[in-house]
Design a protein around this ligand. Sequence first.
Ligand code: C2E
Ligand code: MG
Ligand code: MG
Length: 555
Amino acid sequence: MRATKEQDFKALVDNHPQAIMLATREPRITYVNRMFHAVTGYREQEVLGAPPSILSSGLHSPDFYQEMWKCLEERREWEGVIWNRRKNGETYPQWLSIYPVRHDETELYAGVFMDIGDVAAGDERLASLAYYDPLTELPNRTLFQEFLQARVAQRATRDTCLAVIFIDLDFFKGVNDLHGHETGDRLLQQAALCIQSVLGKDDVVARLSGDEFAAIVELERREALEDVCERLIAAFRSPVIVGHREFFLSASLGVAVYPGHGRTSVELLQNADRAMHSAKRAGRACYRTYSAVDSELGIHEQRMSEALITSLKTAPEEFSVVYQPQYELGSGQVTGMEVLLRWQHPDYGPISPGEFVPMAEQRGYIHELTEQLVRCILQDLAVMPDRLRAGLRLALNISARQIADFRLDKLLEPLFQRLDDLDWMPELEITETHLMNLSKGLLQRLEYFGNRGVRIAIDDFGTGYSSLAYLHTLPVHVLKIDRQFIKSLENRGHDSRIVSAVLGIAEALQLEVVAEGIETGNQCSALRQMGCHRGQGYWLARPEPWSKVINQFVD
Ligand code: C2E
Ligand code: MG
Ligand code: MG
């Protein structure tokens, strides 16, 4: 009975799907199973009696092995990723568990391992391990760091360019909030494919967390790095279709190159992350290479965003608004105004909304910011002169992410009522890039505002990727042509054709057009000739506090 049992056990171990090795304390290998040959390439007779170090890749430091033995002594087990070398010289990562076993009065060590370089090729059993992201089937942060450590260790023998690219999707939180996690998950899978489609088979791509990915690339020449980054940005530019809807993803990339931007795996990843943040600050959908100066800026921005939250909670007097009049270009009559928020901090001085609005969005304080906006406007509108013009538009900038927030209705209601009293009309400006990823529910919210008599404007039109077909389905009334197209209008070049095209689209869809950023008389007359309805810009009037603009609005 006993013999059969032992045989059964032996058969079980011999045929186990993971590689198994037993070693003595010295250490010498005393047993290997069949899978051992499949993974390492060594036959039993080649390794019996040899030290286990015959398998080692030389990629790990002596400290690494010391830690491993320390852990074995203290906890009686060790688990982790270790890079070994096959008989044919190839290095590979393996997931290894070691634990002591007693056999016939001697203490042996059992090592159970498997090749995890294969997991991405579809070995589902292993996907559950702590080293892969089940959603994208990419290595996770832990494994990425292990790979990176190994690549850094190999550097002594190679003279290629080793770089870490940190990839963070833009506005992804919004997609998740608006469309739910299932759609978010599908988009993340698409993003993973998109990155892999650009990189080579020897490059490592990993999902670090949420919407963060990272890659290790090794190139013959450093100059080729720029090309890789540009192709990544371009790959993200194509729309992605999930559940019959088009999504417009984009990513911000940060690059750190060994050894100038970091000599260890930790430094490289950290600095690639910092570089990614400077790509975000530069307006997203672009890449930046690490520089220590940018990193200082990052710390500055961090402090400023802390200050913003504190001010929003405790110092409403730091916020104010200015009004920039808008005119009918044909007649020169004032048609309304855009309200722009201002923040003046005692230490940092005046900070541009281009800077603090994205901070508030990122930190989840955009509602509080709009509270300040509404409070300031109501304060200004409280006292009104007689003979005020009727029918003026008051345009507010609203973050697309806020549209879904039902607190917005309650917040805006008193303002809408005040405007009703004045016989003025509210307009909500939403930036184009945000509008393109609106869900059905959100479109209904826009319709709700539309029914409430609020006009919806697409701000910075021309900078996003609106398709004509899509634009047609949106409940919007106004297109605001981005000022970058107005700038070079005088030359009658490419941009002037874009402006004509926008005017054509607007006419076909019966939308009103506002040109923003008119800085010269020539731009203004060019727009007038093209038939543009409304305009605003420094040449017509600068944004000013209420007391300075009020005269414009009386008859
Ligand atoms: P925007 O809505 O496109 O606003 C127009 C920006 O262009 C304003 O900058 C305005 O001062 C500026 N501008 C006006 N005329 C000219 C011109 O002739 N030439 C040039 N170069 N610029 C001109 P500002 O006030 O710095 O606002 C920047 C952005 O911040 C706004 O872009 C808007 O997206 C955002 N923002 C401003 N106030 C708010 C707010 O209350 N809430 C939200 N969510 N965003 C706001
Ligand atoms: Mg605006
Ligand atoms: Mg604009």
